[in-house]
Every structure is written in structure tokens, then in C-alpha cells.
Design a binder for this molecule. Structure first.
Ligand SMILES: Nc1ncnc2c1ncn2[C@@H]1O[C@H](COP(=O)(O)OP(=O)(O)O)[C@@H](O)[C@H]1O
Ligand SMILES: [Mg+2]
Length: 358
């Protein structure tokens, strides 16, 4: 995979006033030892900020350890953070260091800290108050460690406190200094610079020649709302570099989900309809995206119309010589999705009689 051996957290790109202020703040607060809570939507760069805080801190020569608090069962998270002793639960074949111990003298990044259970929140609070580690399976404290805690969340902890799902006392412990990372749509002037950065990185990593984007494409990317923030932009550029062969990437190479509706709307109707079905066809057939994750959401969001879907079905059904089982496969669906697909097409009046193509 391109980008595998590249440290995607080493550059902090952007010169808008928002990002300049953020960079300055990060470098300033890095020097102290105070706990920091980083907030912002998903994909804005919260982990990047946490890593930079570590990098500019006096702890930089000691470890930085990131722990994601979401998605792990409570018992596993507890042993990840605090460690465990041999035999403390099924599968604990030997003693294990917790991440707080691994990071001694360095920084621990607690990502998605809002997702901890109330019991884990209690354990974390006790650790933050005393610095003493209690391993799973041991009654006494093992040792004290010296770590700086930087945590991150994309949820409002204040709302969670009001709901009773986040401890207020823990919140005040974690939120000594607050850093808010703005969504990309609030500093769009950084988009061209970010594009250039990612283009260079993905072209280099994929070993391909340098690529550029046509000016219209850059304009389109600047206009895009980027609900998934910098991560979405990064993925979009990687996708472009991998899928397009041209040296200068054009509007036609862009996925439909990013194209500006206006740019499409100026074309005559028939031509527009044909362009849309060409795109859908390319996504599903050439790029092997599943119908459910590509066409279906666009239709439900009304980015494409019923007749667009019907045009696509007609084209693919023709290739499948009227066989909907083959259409199911060409749409990158499992054989058992056959009925679901037909039901969807019938319900939305996109079912084309197969007899026309037999
Ligand atoms: N200002 C930026 N400059 C360069 N890359 C960035 C920037 N902000 C975010 N990224 C990249 O975007 C991706 C998502 O960032 P991340 O810190 O994981 O977001 P979050 O933790 O807020 O979900 C990462 O690959 C990161 O390197
Ligand atoms: Mg993250």
C-alpha cells in the first residue's frame, strides 16, 4: 500500500490564520506538563496535534503511546492501559506491561476518551490523581509512573456530563488546557496546500511520476464541504493518484461524489445524463465499488436521479445479457444480495425488464 512507510503525522500543513494560531498554541503549550484535551470533528487532525505536542515537549526523547479507548472491551482496555499479571484472566499467559508503563517519562495519547465506561473512567481518575499503577490481577499498587496525558474526543463531554455518561471530576482533570481543532470547511484556504502535499506524498510512495491537478479540479476541491475533513481529502487524493493515469488530473477523473453540481448542471440535459451514467459505470465496474456503498447512497441523498440508476441498470444488464444474477456480481454484491437488489430496483421503479436483452 502506498504511504505505508511514511510517517503521516510528521507534517502539519496550512498557513491560514486558523492553523497558524493552532500551530503557535501547540508549540507554546507543549513546554508545560499540563494535561491537554484536544477536541474537534473526526479527521481534523487531533492525533496530529497530540503528536506535535509530544514532539515539542521536553519529553520528546521518551515514548509517545497512542491508545484508542473506543472499540475495545473494558477488560482489554484496562489491561492495555495498566498491564496485567500472569493468570489474572483466561489467556493472560504472562505478565504484561501497560501502556502507561511503556510511556514512562513520555506522553500517552488517549483517543476517543469519551468511549470509556464509567468504571474505566473511575480507574483512570484514580491513576491521574496518584500516578500509581494497579495492574489487573494485583491488589497492591505496583509502581508510580510519570506520564503526560493528552486526550481527544469528537463528542461533547459537557453534554455527556449532563447525561450522566461522563464523570465531571475526570473531565476537569483531563481538560486543563483545551485545544480545539477547526473543521476543514473553516479554513478552506489551506486546501490547495494540502492537495499539493498529499499529491507529492502519494505519487512518491507509489513510485509514479509527479502529478498535478487541472485548475478546475482544484477549484472544485476547494468548494467541496469536506464533512470528513483532512482525512477525507487525504483519501480522495490517494484515490485519484491510484486510479487516474493522466499526468494532469481532469474534472472527468474526479469521483462523482466530489464534483460540483453546478459544473454538471451547465451541460445540456442529455449529455449530462450520459456523463452521470458513465461515472456510475466507472465506479461500479472499473473501480469495483459495491452498489450499496457507491450508487445507493448517492441515490438516497438525491445526488443522482431514478433515471440515472435506471440507465446504469440498463447498461450493465445489457452486458449481462439480461441475467440479473450476473448484474448482482457486476455490482460487486454477494450472490445472496440478489433478492435485496431486485427488491430495491422494483421498489424504486429502476427495474428494467430483462427480456429486452435476452
Ligand atoms: N494540517 C494537516 N497537515 C497535514 N496532514 C494533516 C493535517 N491535519 C490532518 N492531517 C492528516 O489527516 C489524517 C487525519 O488526521 P488525524 O489526526 O488522525 O485526525 P483525527 O484524530 O482528528 O480524527 C492524518 O493522516 C493526518 O496526518
Ligand atoms: Mg483520530
Amino acid at each position: 500500500m502506498p504511504g505505508m512507510n511514511y510517517d503521516r503525522y510528521c507534517d502539519f500543513i496550512g498557513s491560514s490564520s486558523e492553523l497558524t494560531r493552532l500551530k503557535e498554541k501547540v508549540e507554546h503549550i507543549a513546554r508545560s506538563d499540563a494535561k491537554i484535551l484536544v477536541t474537534g470533528e473526526s479527521g481534523v487532525g487531533k492525533e496530529l496535534v497530540a503528536r506535535r505536542i509530544h514532539k515539542f515537549s521536553p519529553r520528546a526523547t521518551w515514548p509517545f503511546v497512542a491508545v484508542n479507548c473506543a472499540g475495545l472491551p473494558e477488560a482489554l482496555l484496562e489491561s492495555q492501559l495498566f498491564g496485567h499479571v500472569k493468570g489474572s484472566f483466561t489467556g493472560a499467559y504472562r505478565d504484561r506491561l501497560g501502556q502507561f508503563e511503556v510511556a514512562d517519562k513520555g506522553t500517552v495519547f488517549l483517543d476517543e476518551v469519551s468511549e470509556m465506561t464509567l468504571r474505566m473512567q473511575g480507574l483512570l481518575l484514580r491513576f491521574l490523581e496518584t500516578g500509581e499503577l494497579q495492574k489487573v490481577g494485583l491488589d497492591r499498587q505496583t509502581r508510580t509512573v510519570n506520564v503526560r496525558v493528552v486526550s481527544a474526543t469528537n463528542r461533547s463531554l459537557r453534554e455527556m456530563i449532563a447525561e450522566g455518561t461522563f464523570r465531571e471530576d475526570l473531565f476537569y482533570r483531563l481538560d486543563v488546557i483545551h485545544v480545539e481543532v477547526p473543521p476543514l470547511r473553516e479554513h478552506k484556504e489551506d486546501v490547495p496546500q494540502l492537495i499539493e502535499h498529499f499529491l507529492k506524498r502519494f505519487s512518491q510512495n507509489g513510485g509514479s511520476r509527479p502529478r498535478t491537478l487541472a485548475p478546475e479540479v482544484i477549484g472544485m476541491l476547494v468548494d467541496h464541504p469536506w464533512p470528513g475533513n483532512v482525512r477525507e481529502l487525504e483519501n480522495a487524493i490517494e484515490h485519484l493518484v491510484v486510479t487516474s493515469r493522466a499526468d494532469v488530473i481532469q474534472v472527468d477523473d474526479m469521483p462523482l461524489s466530489i464534483r460540483r453540481p453546478r459544473a454538471v448542471a451547465v451541460r445540456p440535459k442529455v449529455e449530462r445524463r450520459r456523463a452521470v451514467v458513465d461515472d456510475l459505470y466507472r465506479q461500479v465496474i472499473d473501480e469495483r465499488q459495491s452498489f450499496w456503498t457507491s450508487v445507493y447512497p448517492m441515490y438516497m441523498r438525491r445526488d443522482i436521479t431514478r433515471s440515472n440508476v435506471r440507465d446504469l441498470v440498463r447498461r450493465v444488464l445489457k452486458e449481462a445479457r439480461g441475467n440479473y444474477k450476473i448484474v448482482t456480481r457486476l455490482f460487486n454484491l454477494q450472490p445472496q444480495d440478489y433478492k435485496k437488489l431486485l427488491n430495491f430496483l422494483r421498489k424504486h421503479d429502476c427495474h428494467v425488464p430483462f427480456k429486452e436483452y435476452r
